[in-house]
Design a protein. Structure first.
Length: 102
């Protein structure tokens, strides 16, 4: 019996990189600065906006004191929040979906 292996991905839904798919590793820092693993040319995004990291068999997102906030399913992340497949994350004008790719 074959088993499927799923890879967690981010599907960018809106913003300058809409349509792009990014595979999640252990950590992914998001921001406007080019040193971020996901660099967004979006004036509403801070240089180092948030980061997503592997945590307890899943993922968590942490806002890095950004000016405009990080939102999961419309709720502002004040510290760290767990992420699940199907969650929608918004930073600035960019929204992405946490999904699994087979």
């Amino acid at each position: 019996m074959a088993t499927s292996v799923f890879t967690p991905i981010l599907r960018l839904q809106t913003g300058p990189l809409a349509g792009k798919v990014i595979e999640l590793g252990n950590t992914l820092r998001v921001g406007r600065h080019p040193y971020n693993e996901m660099s967004l040319e979006d004036r509403a995004v801070s240089r180092y906006h948030c980061w997503i990291r592997a945590a307890s068999g899943g993922f968590a997102i942490e806002d890095l004191a950004s000016a405009n906030g990080t939102y999961v399913n419309g709720v502002r992340v004040l510290e760290t929040a767990p992420l699940q497949v199907g969650d929608r994350v918004r930073v600035g004008e960019t929204e992405f979906l946490l999904a699994e790719e087979e």
